[in-house]
Design a protein around this ligand. Structure first.
Ligand SMILES: NC(=O)c1ccc[n+]([C@@H]2O[C@H](COP(=O)([O-])OP(=O)(O)OC[C@H]3O[C@@H](n4cnc5c(N)ncnc54)[C@H](OP(=O)(O)O)[C@@H]3O)[C@@H](O)[C@H]2O)c1
Length: 352
């Protein structure tokens, strides 16, 4: 079921001035959701597209990155302040400059950054902090800048740096067929690890095992998944790249080797429950584990270095990716919910 009624129209017609509409469709936060997003939690609003002033540029958003953290941003202050009720929902997007009176941007420039869930975004003097120009690479879709060469690739890269993988280590990654987990596993293979992925369907498991080269893939929805995990990790587990939390994390920790490393990237199983989804610290103590959480924003000064390495791996076929594309801004609330019901394989993107 679609979560949105027809747009709340404030302007009866779209008029285009030199290919720019006078109407900016936006999704604004109306209610802090409880559980999955419900109809009306995000409201579709039509606002005027303002004329730009000196020092500003106008960009048209082409793709939106749909990320689990958006559900956290709707609920409460975390590593960023919560989105205010009535504000345009925060989101990362890919956009192209359509008009500019800004010295640093010209028409046709392409950027990624915090566009928000809307069709147009104004860039001003503060844009350098929240937007990054990206090149046009022949035969490479623009969406890679939201996935492999965007937040997910960077998260996988720096998370694996924290993991300090060694040849022969056993690495287990949860949400393994998702945007981040699928790259984590492939980086693990590049480092010579035995890689075991945990995912929520047989199709997802087939993709990561057959196409991405994971050594084993476990469907956690099968009743015997814990026995299968034990069989797939005969030498125990050295690295847990944790994306999910809860029972999955507790089960993985139970098979960790002494002095193993836990990279705490995400706890998605708790995001719609308002519950941190954290596993038992008793296991951390008994197994002398090193647990490190991280937030990708901390690595901003090294994004270029990581993107160069990720691009190199991708160019030489060492990183494969998949995208789930949903069309239309009005579908973004449904898309956000897909992250929590397993509706995506690889990177989830809304195309405008
Ligand atoms: N620390 C950081 O800076 C940072 C940055 C980016 C992402 N993250 C975290 O990384 C994790 C993955 O994010 P992503 O953007 O790559 O999303 P994703 O993995 O592409 O999508 C989320 C996936 O999580 C799985 N999932 C959802 N609820 C689950 C549950 N209750 N139990 C088990 N699996 C569940 C679903 O796959 P299945 O079908 O397999 O269930 C779903 O497809 C999230 O926890 C996110 O918060 C952290």
């Amino acid at each position: 079921m679609a979560l949105l009624p027809a747009a709340v129209r404030k302007f009866p017609t779209k008029i285009f001035r030199s290919n720019v509409s006078n109407i900016n469709c936006q999704l604004r936060l109306q209610n802090r959701p409880k559980g999955l997003l419900a109809p009306g939690d995000l409201q579709l609003i039509e606002s005027p597209v303002p004329e730009i002033r000196d020092g500003q540029a106008l960009a048209r958003v082409k793709y939106l990155s749909i990320d689990p953290t958006m559900r956290l941003w709707m609920a409460a202050d975390t590593y960023l302040p919560a989105v205010g009720v009535g504000e345009v929902m925060r989101a990362i997007g890919f956009a192209e400059i359509v008009e500019s009176r800004h010295p640093d941007y010209k028409k046709g420039d392409r950027l990624t950054g915090l566009t928000g869930l809307q069709e147009y975004v104004i860039l001003d003097e503060s844009a350098k902090r929240s937007f990054q120009k990206v090149p046009k690479i022949p035969f490479v879709p623009d969406t890679v800048f939201l996935g492999v060469l965007g937040v997910n690739g960077l998260t996988a890269f720096f998370g694996m740096e924290i993991a300090q993988p060694k040849k022969g280590d056993t690495l287990v990654v949860s949400a393994a067929a998702g945007a981040t987990g699928s790259i984590v596993g492939q980086i693990g293979k590049i480092h010579g690890c035995r890689v075991v992925g945990i995912a929520g369907s047989d199709d997802k498991c087939a993709w990561i095992a057959k196409d991405l080269g994971f050594d084993a893939a476990i469907n956690y929805k099968h009743p015997d998944w814990k026995e299968k995990l034990a069989t797939a990790t005969p030498k125990g587990i050295d690295i847990d790249f944790e994306n999910v939390g809860g029972d999955i994390m507790q089960t993985v920790l139970g098979r960790m080797n002494l002095h193993g490393r836990v990279v705490l990237c995400g706890l998605i199983s708790g995001y719609t429950k308002g519950d941190p989804g954290m596993a038992s610290f008793a296991t951390v103590l008994v197994k002398r584990l090193r647990v490190q959480g991280f937030i990708i924003l901390d690595y901003a000064s090294r994004f270029m270095e990581a993107a160069t390495q990720l691009g190199h791996w991708k160019m030489f076929g060492k990183l494969k990716d998949r995208e789930t594309i949903v069309e239309g801004l009005e579908k973004a609330p449904d898309a956000i919910n897909m992250l929590f019901t397993g509706g995506n394989t690889g990177k989830l993107i809304v195309k405008l």
